[in-house]
Design a protein around this ligand. Structure first.
Ligand code: SAM
Ligand code: SF4
Length: 454
């Protein structure tokens, strides 16, 4: 039964870090002027009340991991650090000119690439430059992505002194066979060293990223990786399904063949086994791909119903306005999305001419806003409701009809006003969201745009 479900529901589908998803943005209605309008409106509506979120993309890595789907630039030349950070600060200044008051930073995330490619000193200069013209909110939530092989005590201490209390480390898998296949040799002692050090300094949440479905990975590799992870008991764990998206330009997924990847049924078994092991160890599954201890703020966010999802993934609280700085970064003004150019030189060049480097985006219409709410509800709370008239849309009856099959398969429960994803349906949350994704249904892609849902 389980394997029938896997083959039935294993289709290409979005991970819904946004709705509309990036390939469905209507770039024709979008312009830099429109983006700025959305920024000005959203900032003035929300800054005083809830503060803003800031995402800073730091794209450099010293070595290419051949599974990686992120936007990165591989180099060993650290002279790139200063000019890049100067561009980020200049981009920030371009936004400060649009803000009607001093921004209040509630959430800040350094992602990449590898933020710890940059020296601690340079990261401090960046943050001081950002904070000079901003106020830090009460109970801020500051986090960064650290590479276990190059995160130093100086990185951890400097960022902690700047207000960071959360760090997530890319672990992926502890087995040499898999590590060789993904070109990422990373011994357990390195992960232990940076995990222990972060705790010693005072970080309240240390996260580890694990992936199942990697090339040459077998179920016993997943079991071993989770056994090792349990020795360190990180506060949260991202347990991602490997997203195979080799058609994305420059992502470097190579060095292995499709045939070297586990099948969908094997992947599902890896997920089920991993989930069971994590739950036995005291982790609670959160939304999609995530597990947390009950003491972690992500679990508390579920309890307090404040869990939110945006381009950073899951976050503890929602801000209406999220600004993305740096190459390829995406911003979300709630009324619109805007993405920066993806090439480092082009990014630096535009910013040096005092041009906000956003090159594409989407203005959300009323239908988009409604569907976005339902998708966020399902991704964060595993349920949604259309009891209130304001949550209904024209095609809702057809959407619900489409879900009948998922109901028959036991993946969801629906009544007249509410939909709930069952425990059995949990691995298929992306599929349930796809039923609400009217843009995807109206315009089925001719080539594959998204990774498979299993
Ligand atoms: C930017 S990286 C983490 C920071 C640092 N560069 C490192 O590698 O340790 C963010 C995370 O995205 C996840 N990731 C990247 N490519 C992925 C893919 N193709 N499928 C699933 N997860 C992926 C990995 O778990 C990775 O740790
Ligand atoms: S996984 Fe991390 S270190 Fe490896 S290429 Fe991707 S961003 Fe760089």
């Amino acid at each position: 039964m389980q394997s029938t479900l896997v083959s039935k529901y294993n289709v290409a589908g979005p991970r819904y870090t946004s709705y509309p998803t990036v390939p469905y943005w209507k770039n024709d209605n979008f312009s830099l002027t429109e983006w700025k309008k959305g920024v000005v409106k959203s900032f003035s509506e929300s800054n005083t009340e809830e503060g803003i979120s800031l995402y800073i993309h730091l794209p450099f890595c010293e070595s290419l991991c051949t599974f990686c789907g992120c936007n990165k630039r591989i180099t060993k030349n650290h002279n790139v650090e200063t000019p890049y950070l100067e561009s980020v600060l200049n981009e920030w200044r371009l936004y400060l000119e649009l803000f009607s008051e001093r921004p209040i930073i509630k959430e800040l995330h350094l992602g990449g690439g590898t933020p710890t490619f940059f020296s601690a000193e340079n990261l401090k200069l960046l943050l001081n430059g950002i904070f000079r013209d901003a106020t830090i909110a009460e109970n801020p939530s500051f986090s960064f992505e650290g590479h276990p092989n190059n995160t130093s005590e100086a990185h951890l201490q400097t960022l902690f002194d700047c207000g960071f209390t959360r760090v997530s480390y890319g672990v992926q898998d502890y087995n040499p066979t898999v590590q060789l296949a993904i070109h990422r040799l990373q011994p357990f002692v390195n992960v232990k060293r940076v995990t222990d050090k972060a705790r010693e300094i005072g970080y309240t949440s240390v996260g580890h990223d694990l992936i199942f479905g990697l090339p040459f990975q077998k179920i016993e590799h997943v079991i071993y990786s989770i056994e090792k992870t349990k020795e360190l008991m990180p506060d949260r764990i991202a347990f991602y399904s490997y997203a195979h998206v080799p058609w994305i330009k420059g992502n470097g997924q190579r060095g292995f063949k499709e045939a070297d990847l586990p099948s969908a049924a094997e992947k599902r078994e890896m997920y089920e086994t991993g989930k069971k092991m994590l739950e036995e160890a005291g982790y609670i599954e959160i939304g999609m791909d995530h597990f947390a201890l009950k003491s972690d703020s992500l679990y508390k966010a579920v309890e307090e119903k404040t869990l939110h999802r945006n381009f950073m993934g899951y976050t503890d609280s929602k801000t209406q306005f999220m600004l993305g700085l740096g190459v390829s970064a995406i911003g979300d003004s709630w009324y619109s999305f805007g993405q920066n150019v993806k090439n480092v030189e082009e990014y630096q060049d535009l910013v040096s001419q005092n041009i906000i480097p956003v090159y594409r985006g989407h203005i959300l219409n009323e239908e988009d806003l409604l569907i976005r709410k339902h998708i966020l509800n399902m991704m964060c709370k595993l349920e949604t409701s259309w009891e209130e008239e304001s949550l209904q849309f024209k095609e809702l009856p057809e959407v619900l009809e489409k879900l009948a099959e998922m109901e028959a398969d036991g993946l969801i429960e629906i009544n007249a006003t509410k939909l709930k994803i069952t425990e059995k349906g949990r691995p298929y949350v992306r599929n349930v969201c796809m039923a609400f994704d009217l843009l995807l249904q109206r315009n089925q892609p001719e080539t594959q745009l998204f990774s498979m849902t299993v």
